[in-house]
Design a protein around this ligand. Sequence first.
Ligand SMILES: Cc1cc2nc3c(=O)[nH]c(=O)nc-3n(C[C@H](O)[C@H](O)[C@H](O)COP(=O)(O)OP(=O)(O)OC[C@H]3O[C@@H](n4cnc5c(N)ncnc54)[C@H](O)[C@@H]3O)c2cc1C
Length: 553
Amino acid sequence: MSDHTPVLIVGAGPVGLALAGDLGWRDISCTLIEKTDGSIEQPKMDIVGPRTMEFCRRWGIADWVRDAPYPGDYPQDCVYVTSLDGYELGRERFPGRAQEKCPPQSPQKRERVPQDMFDPILQRFVAGFPHVRLAYRTELVGFVETANGVTALVLDTATGATREITADYLVGTDGGASVARERAGITMSGNPALTYTTNVLFRCADFPALHDKGKAYRFIFIGPEGTWLTIVAINGGDRFRMSIVGSADKVTHSEADIRAALRRAVGRDFDYEILSVMRWVRRELVADSYGTERLFIAGDAAHLMSPTGGFGMNTGIQDAVDLGWKLAATIQGWAGSSLLRSYETERRPVAVRNVTEASSNLGRMLSTRQRLPPPEIFQTSAAGDAARADYGRWFSETMRHEWFTLGFHLGYRYDGSPTIVPDGTPAPPLPTSSYVQTARPGARAPHAWLPDGRSTLDLYGRGFVLLRLGRDAPGGERITGAAAEAGVPLEVIALDVAQVSELYQCRLVLVRPDGHVAWRADAEPADARALIELVRGARYCGSLRQSQRGGRP
Ligand SMILES: Cc1cc2nc3c(=O)[nH]c(=O)nc-3n(C[C@H](O)[C@H](O)[C@H](O)COP(=O)(O)OP(=O)(O)OC[C@H]3O[C@@H](n4cnc5c(N)ncnc54)[C@H](O)[C@@H]3O)c2cc1C
């Protein structure tokens, strides 16, 4: 006999854990399988972006992330050096995470929490839901999709036994080499090899004492050949990750290469212990499809990007949140038949944008290989000082694109989605470094503090929310009636807060369970049923799309 689960999630990396947690939080039973025992040999991600932190806030676990043991006072500077016993060319200063302030556009800020601290937080979140099953040492080896679901064959990697799990839906969050993606015949497009890079996790009791550059999150090393190495502080203590950046030429760095690189970076031999070595290929790929009727892919299974920018996991967790409420709505029976299809329409363009920007960031970090440093920057002289100031200024300016990315983290939008109602206002350009909040349909509903100390974001998440803004807002009875008829969970919240009215621009705003604006206007639509049908992914209604006008002039 086979087990049955509404949703089988394959791969308990951060994205699979986030999806299982989101479904659990929505009272949906699911099973998450992971082929390993869950231990992390080498943490990859370490920046939890502000949007991911907003989701953690929604799930009630933001404090767990804030309290993770990465020391709050460890400076997050990014420093450009010729070597640690050489010259500093430039520095972008960032305070320790305890001192960093939330941006005005969000009730949360990014957090430096590496994967071996973050995954256990997500595991603890998932473990809190009795209706979510997490099975380690369980590997997906194959599956068959039918009109009604998926039958998966899984292997117990400890005993070698196989068994079947049937599911209404299967989601592959099984990383870059996704079996789910491959077995579903989904191809990827882009550049399969930007660099062949070697990451080395090493322990050194007091690394900052070896040099005069102080504590910093990241050192970027520039030699006569341009950028060749980075070292980042993984836990703000005794563990560091060195990356020999490499190039598109296939190389395998040996242990001798690794030790020579560390010696060159520090300027001398020193005591350290190599904990793990990960040789990997930096890719720029996006899946051509995000799934079928019963199978979906998310996270690295759907997009692979250079880590430059810290977008990879954060993009994947956004996928999980977009998919989570749509799966829940479908399983609970109030979704239209095309709601799940809008997952790809909404999320794939975001992946393409982030993958492209990640590669541009890599290009900027490696731009020193085209504009090679002048020989004087390695010399102690007045001419050397001048050359360093000049080159460092240029490189610091170039690198700012990677460090200031609020527009990518918070400003992604679902403008073209069939479940979003355009309001006729022109689309502002997609933000990059800076981010101006907008409540235009498709955008993340803006944050503002409410008089009771909550954020507007605290109002969203479970079902739809109809905001009635200002003293003279219409009652919204037609919309609530249509929602009730279709079984769509909808809460009406009246607010008379000037800043909220200013940000949201209309008297009625419909916010989806993922916190994106679905529709806004000053009056109820004549056919409220058409609105509800559209936002739940049911019937398309042309007249609604054309007649609704949003923001006040
Ligand atoms: C050096 C480096 C630094 C990075 N820094 C950042 C950062 O700061 N911020 C950021 O957002 N991103 C960062 N990234 C990217 C980020 O690590 C990935 O995007 C993220 O880990 C993807 O998560 P995932 O859950 O989709 O996939 P993965 O983390 O790859 O997890 C997939 C899981 O699926 C399991 N699995 C695979 N096949 C099967 C199967 N058949 N059956 C069962 N289980 C299976 C695997 O064992 C694995 O646990 C970085 C990446 C690198 C390499």
